[in-house]
Design a protein around this ligand. Structure first.
Ligand code: GDP
Ligand code: IMO
Ligand code: MG
Length: 433
């Protein structure tokens, strides 16, 4: 038998993380990589995520179900770090089945019994808080993500395993409703009805019962047996609650740091792939140094069809920001970069890339700033653009010279190796180097 070191080397865990503010094309890339995986595992976020796959039947957006679901051999796991709206999950499973996909809870879909539950109350709280913040709003997806994670930390949350234990569920709901209702009534919101919630949650729990399990134990056993585990990041490193552009972030550990705590896998060496678009986008509020608020930004939005997969909101668009990508690459441990949407840059000539930030005092930033990102002046490098259609190209050396030079410039600036380039939304529209 091979010593464990060699097993790990032969069958590494791979973690795919978004490098900026989400929507980098993680769904497409995971679906592509899942052909060689045994397990695909979500480790954070909730149904704020929207991961797009292009199937033969057309576009399919996944919010909670991992992006390995199309591959029949893959076990898809919703890890303990995810916050799960059970009613949404039941509906999402039905929607996928209606499209002809096989979703078989307990066989190809597992949900950690430790994952926390998103309740209607969390959604109400999220939307109320956003409204109360007025101009200072975060621009959340309004799906209750922040309040659900807050309740986990406050130790009044419910876990998916509670849905299968009526006594625990009832007691947990009474406790939670008492606490929430004290606040809800004080701010003029309708009080929650613990009995009604109990009925809704037990019904959803029964439908999900075969899937709810000790997913961490399953994954540790799989890891020890040398199975190939693909960890599917949601959101992006700059939305990470600790390392992102706080407070304009989500409430989970979206960078690689969340991959162990969010799955129950022990820390071990793994391959980390960062994903970034060939330009930058952001949905919601918050600083965005390379943002284009002019007609070039509008053209990028149209060319890239940059509208949110979850909320349909127009995405803010800007040039590739090598300072931000380098920071996220270092933070996430990603030495490899997959660059998506290169095809979208066709006809944008010249191209620009942010290579530095000038601070308010005139000096150049040497690290990614934790404060005052809104006041940095980006420094740009201009490069020639290309005019050819890239969508049918499958080899790097067949790309137009300007596109190759652009990718090489990104490598040099980010200090990451661009190993995969995506030139269209479909699974086979990739260039492997
Ligand atoms: P995710 O959240 O990271 O999975 O990304 P989304 O699915 O929210 O957004 C990415 C969008 O870009 C989706 O509409 C994809 O179909 C699309 N997409 C992915 N890769 C490419 C690409 O290389 N070129 C183009 N034109 N679109 C892409
Ligand atoms: P995927 O996985 C893009 C953003 C929201 C908002 C902030 C906080 O598809 O890349 P939240 O509802 O999480 O409290 O909102 O985070 N956001 C995303 N933006 N892609 C996502 O997921 C996102 N998930 C959250 O727009 O700015
Ligand atoms: Mg998305």
């Amino acid at each position: 038998m091979l010593p464990p070191f060699f097993v790990a080397k032969l069958m590494p865990t791979t973690c795919v993380v978004g490098i900026l503010w989400g929507d980098e094309g993680k769904g497409k890339v995971i679906d592509f990589l899942a052909a060689d995986a045994d397990y695909v595992v979500r480790f954070g976020g909730g149904h704020n995520a929207g991961h797009t796959l292009i199937l033969s039947s057309g576009k399919c957006v996944l919010h909670l179900v991992p992006s390995g679901i199309v591959h029949r051999h893959v076990v898809n796991v919703i890890g303990n770090g995810v916050v799960v709206d059970p009613i949404h999950l039941v509906n999402e499973i039905q929607r996928l089945r209606d499209r002809g996909l096989t979703v078989d809870p307990g066989r190809n879909l597992l949900v950690s019994e430790r994952a926390h539950v998103i309740l209607e109350a969390h959604r109400i709280q999220d939307q109320w808080a956003e409204q109360a913040r007025g101009k200072g709003r975060i621009g959340t997806t309004g799906r209750g993500i922040g309040p659900a994670y807050a309740d986990r930390c406050s130790r009044i949350g419910l876990r998916m395993g509670d849905l299968l234990r009526k006594d625990l569920l009832k007691a947990g709901l009474l406790r939670l409703c008492a606490e929430k209702n004290a606040m809800f009534t004080a701010i003029g919101l309708k009080a929650l009805d613990a009995n009604l919630l109990f009925d809704l949650l037990t019904t959803a729990g029964e439908q999900l019962r075969p899937a709810i399990c000790d997913a961490g134990g399953v994954l540790r056993a799989a890891h020890q047996a040398g199975k190939r585990v693909l960890l599917e990041g949601a959101q992006g490193c700059l939305l990470d609650v600790e390392h992102g552009t706080y407070p304009y972030v989500t409430s989970s550990h979206a960078s690689t740091g969340g991959a162990f705590s969010g799955t129950g896998l022990p820390p071990h060496a793994m391959r980390v792939i960062g994903i970034a678009k060939a330009y930058a986008t952001r949905v919601g509020e918050g600083p965005f140094p390379s943002e284009l608020t002019n007609d070039i930004g509008d053209r990028l939005r149209i060319a890239g069809n940059e509208f949110g997969s979850t909320t349909g909101r127009p995405r803010r668009c800007g040039w590739f920001d090598a300072v931000a990508v380098r920071y996220s690459g270092e933070l996430s441990g990603a030495r490899e970069l997959t660059v998506t949407n290169l095809d979208v840059l066709r006809g944008f000539d010249p191209l620009q890339v942010v290579t530095g930030y000038r601070l308010a005092d005139g000096t150049m930033a040497t690290t990614f700033p934790a404060f005052d990102l809104e006041s940095v002046q980006p420094v740009f490098q201009t490069l020639p653009g290309f005019h050819e259609d890239l969508r049918e190209i499958r080899k790097f050396d067949q790309l137009p010279l300007a596109a190759r030079r652009y990718i090489e410039f990104l490598e040099q600036q980010t200090r990451m190796a661009v190993t995969t380039i995506s030139v269209g939304p479909e699974r086979d529209q990739v260039i492997l180097r």
